[in-house]
Structure formats: C-alpha cells, structure tokens
Design a protein around this ligand. Structure first.
Ligand code: PA5
Length: 395
C-alpha cells in the first residue's frame, strides 16, 4: 500500500487560487496525455513477450557468470535503481549484473575489461537510438574482448535491445542474427521501465510477474499523481525551484537518481521546470541539512518513507528502523518550520509490487506536470545540444 500526504507540511505554502486553477485543468491535461503518441508504457505487455524475457533470463543465468548491461540514461536507470534496492549490502547472492556504458572513464573500462578477462560473460546492449556515444564506445571495447575470447561463438554472448526497425544496432542484429528485443516506438527512454530494456535484466533475479502486476497497479494512483503534479507546480509558483527527494535507506539512492532523470528530462524545458535533487538521510543531514534548514528558500522536499519496522537491530528498547522513521518525521517538522514545504510518500513495505507501482505513479505525474508547465514531457531536445558539440569537436 502507498499513501500520500500533500497537505500536512505543504498547505501553508500553497496559494489556493493557483491550486484550484491547476486542479481544474485536469480534464485538459488528461486529454493531452491520452492523445499523446508516447504513452505506450500505459499499455499491457503480452504474455508472449513475458515468456521470451523469462526464457532469456534463464538462458543468461544458466550459461554465464555475469551479465554486463551497456546503456545510459533511460536505458539503464530503471533496472539499476530497482535492482540496487533489493540487493543485500554484503554477501549478496543474486546473479551478478554489471552496469557499463555510463561513463567515458578509461580507468573504469580498462578495469572492467581486466575483470571480465576471466569471466564467462554475456552482454546486453540497450539503446533505443542505437547511436549513443557512451554505449557504442563501451560496446566496441567489450565486443573486441568477446571476439578475442570466443571467436565465432561471440554471437551466443550478445543480446541487443533497441528500436524495432531503425538505428545501427537494429541493422547489426539483422546482419549478425543476434538475439534481440524491441523498445516500442511509442515509449521514450525514461518511460521504458515496462519494456525489455529493464525487464530483461530484472527477470534474472526477480519475479517478472510481480513486477508487471505491481506496475499496472500504479494505474490506480492516477488521482494522486495528478495531485502531486499540481502541488509541485504550486511550489514552483511560490519560487520553490528545487525538489529534494529524501530517502532513509542507502540502497534507495539510485531510485532518486531515476527520479532525477525522469523529472529533469521531462520538465526542464523552455525556461521552466523544477530542478530535482536528492538526499540520503541521515548522512546528508550532516552536510546539506544546514542549507536546507536555513539557506536560500528555493527548496521543497519529497520524503519517501517505508513504514514497516524491521527486526534487525534493537537500540535502547526500540528497533533501529523505528528510530530511522522517527528521525524522518522530526526532519519534516524541522524543515517545515524553516520554511521548507515537505511532501510525504509512504510505502507500507519495500516490496517489488510497491516499488513498481510507485514508478508508474511518478511517470504519470511527470507527464502531468509537464503538461501543467505547458511543455512536452516526452522529448529531450536539450540533450542533443551537448551531443552535437561533442560530434563537432571529434571531427
Ligand atoms: O530518456 C531518454 O530518452 C534518454 O535519457 C535516453 O534514454 C538516453 O539518452 C539513452 O538513449 P538511447 O537509448 O537512445 O541510447
């Protein structure tokens, strides 16, 4: 179960007129959303695809030591964020998945090549366009390693996830006959959680049916997603230009990275949008906490709380996880008193279903707030600007 509180530590910062005006735009926003050609992520995926994903996950698990995912942005953050959340901090026993392609660090890639030298590994290259520089460089280097190790047999080690028809990766699949999956035309990178881009890596260690079921359950949160969008835009109108996502478990850190990409790329256009930022508490209370409490009042916060008290550690007659949540409640009160509005999202438990539903909720809300800001939430023209500069300087 997921609960939302957009009132307790927010209300006094919201202008009622703004709020009602935005609330009244719901039909208009929903119409735009329903007419968009980029909402393929709201459609059910087929049983046939689910079975293919499960079989391929089994093939990877049974035949290799590890899987290397090569992808960046929306082509890796969803599965990475999800996977991180459910792994053990120490002595993790899940199948090893390495994420590459997110950096041009030669040190990283060199060390990765050395690490993979003695591993029997499989590559899953994920890129909708098939032409992303970081992905292509990493793929080139690791494919050379595969060629050196396996010669003609390398085909068994490569799985490509890309556009159905377009792009260099699809052309390569057609030529070489690699196993491949499709990212549908009507789904953009950061909205692609329910595509093979994320479901294949996740199917290796998690129950795919639970992920998919939880994801579509997120549809029930449409009203709350709209209310969250309205509240955020009200914050913007009150000069609260930064949203700080706060989590209380280190392994939820990458969930906030996923959120940052989702909202940053969906909303930051034409001079509007809220800058998404994140804190892991209590760590960051001892660094950025000072700024948030007493600094420039451009920030509002969204706390993600997991209410279930676990049994791990007792401290002075209380469970440590209970203390962690007491701190969360106290921090919200403290920050609110310092002029920082705080939204609360509460999961009763950190389960596969809850996390998948929450992802759907956030995607829906990012699209809605995009429309409320008057921009197109599903494109990212600004990202192209740096890519063009890079291409020019590499000539
Ligand atoms: O959300 C997006 O569309 C982007 O972040 C892309 O996912 C990212 O740039 C990677 O693109 P591609 O999948 O084409 O390699």
């Amino acid at each position: 179960m997921i609960k939302f509180d957009f009132n307790t530590y927010v209300d006094s910062f919201v202008n009622e007129k703004d709020y009602n005006e935005l609330l009244n735009k719901k039909e208009e926003v929903l119409t735009k959303f329903n007419q968009s050609a980029m909402t393929g992520w709201t459609k059910e995926i087929s049983e046939e695809l689910k079975n293919d994903l499960k079989d391929t996950a089994k093939y990877i698990k049974n035949n290799f030591d590890c899987l290397v995912i090569i992808g960046i942005g929306g082509s890796f953050l969803g599965s990475y964020a999800f996977d991180k959340m459910f792994r053990n901090y120490f002595n993790d026993t899940k199948f090893e998945i390495i994420y590459a392609g997110t950096t041009l660090s030669s040190k990283y890639l060199d060390e990765l090549v050395n690490y993979l030298e003695n591993k029997n590994f499989c590559l899953n290259v994920i890129s909708k366009s098939g032409s992303t520089m970081e992905t292509n460089i990493t793929y080139g280097v690791l494919k050379d390693l595969l060629k050196r190790k396996y010669g003609e047999e390398l085909k068994k080690h490569i799985i490509i996830t890309t556009d159905k028809e377009k792009g260099p990766l699809r052309a390569e699949v057609n030529e070489e006959g690699y196993k491949s999956f499709e990212i549908p035309d009507d789904i953009g990178g950061r909205y692609s959680f329910i595509t093979p881009a994320h479901l294949l890596p996740l199917a290796i260690n998690y129950d795919l049916d639970r992920i998919v079921k939880g994801y579509y359950k997120g549809k029930r949160l449409l009203d709350q997603a709209y209310e969250y969008a309205v509240t955020r835009v009200c914050m913007f109108k009150k000069n609260k230009y930064v949203e700080n996502y706060c989590v209380y478990e280190e392994n939820m850190n990458y969930f906030t990275e996923w959120l940052k990409q989702l909202f940053g790329e969906s909303e930051g256009k034409e001079g509007v949008g809220i800058y998404p930022s994140s804190n892991v508490h209590t760590r960051d209370l001892h660094s950025l906490g000072q700024f948030i409490q007493e600094g420039n009042k451009i920030i509002f916060e969204t706390f993600i709380k997991v209410t279930k008290v676990d049994n791990y550690i007792d401290y002075n007659g209380r469970k440590l996880s209970e203390i962690n949540n007491l701190v969360l409640d106290s921090v919200m009160r403290a920050h609110y008193s310092g002029g920082v509005p705080c939204i609360e999202i509460e999961l009763d438990e950190l389960t596969i279903e809850n996390v998948s539903s929450l992802m759907y909720f956030f995607m829906l809300s990012a699209a809605f707030s995009g429309y409320l800001f008057g921009i197109e939430p599903f494109n990212q023209p600004g990202v192209e600007v740096y890519k063009k500069e890079v291409r020019e300087s590499l000539k």
